[in-house]
Design a protein around this ligand. Structure first.
Ligand SMILES: C[S@@+](CC[C@H](N)C(=O)[O-])C[C@H]1O[C@@H](n2cnc3c(N)ncnc32)[C@H](O)[C@@H]1O
Length: 196
């Protein structure tokens, strides 16, 4: 599958796709992530994503929408939705792709209820069933062995590491996306051949 990982950070969302040998492109505007394999440094609001993607993953920054922010900062007024909107704009340009957006609880106040939640992570789009797992207090980055590409400074517990999708979530998303993609391909073929 061809996979686009928007706002990729350390690449946790697409990690299972990389391990399975899928064609992954990761996009982040923070140059520190240039060392993460398959990462293009670009702003999703201006990135020309070109290719016909099978799967689009998006994890826009969630600081504005967290429960903690809402609890201590009061009502969230006029948040900057430009990055979230840019992710949905990419989605609209690729209507056949499986699309999953991950963020924090209170994004729901602006784009409607999520499809599901695991720990502090909330998911919108074509998510399917995700594992429940054993969640640590950060909402899930509990993998015992970390991939070797994590550079110094991003140890367990750093904010970049906490933001990273746990591998079991990435694996479940890949499994669900592969099933959905196969279904979509079959349906598209059927309708093109005039069957049904
Ligand atoms: C929640 S983190 C992503 C975590 C990631 N899914 C993972 O598993 O490691 C959000 C990321 O969005 C990136 N970001 C923020 N603004 C962006 C923009 N305008 N374009 C691209 N990436 C952006 C940040 O640098 C950060 O790495």
């Amino acid at each position: 599958m061809r996979v686009l990982d928007l706002c990729c950070g350390l690449g946790g969302a697409s990690e299972a796709f990389v391990r399975a040998g899928d064609e992954v492109t990761r996009v982040d505007n923070d140059p520190r992530f240039a060392k993460v394999p398959f990462t293009v440094i670009a702003d999703v609001r201006t990135f020309d994503e070109g290719v016909d993607w099978d799967v689009i993953l998006a994890s826009p920054p969630c600081g504005q929408f967290s429960k903690v922010r809402r609890m201590f900062g009061g009502p969230i007024v006029n948040p900057d939705l430009s990055i979230v909107n840019a992710c949905f704009a990419v989605r609209r340009r690729h209507p056949r792709a499986v699309f999953i957006l991950e963020n924090a609880c209170h994004l729901k106040d602006f784009i409607g209820p999520p499809a599901c939640r695991r720990g502090a992570r909330y998911f919108w789009g074509d998510v399917g069933i995700l594992p429940t797992g054993t969640w640590n207090k950060w909402g899930g980055s509990w993998e015992p062995s970390r991939p070797s590409y994590v550079p110094k400074g991003w140890q367990t517990g750093s904010s970049e590491d906490r933001a990273r999708w746990p591998l079991p979530i990435s694996e479940a998303v890949r499994h669900n996306a592969a099933v959905l993609d196969a279904l979509l391909v079959a349906v598209t073929r059927r309708s093109r051949s005039g069957v049904g």
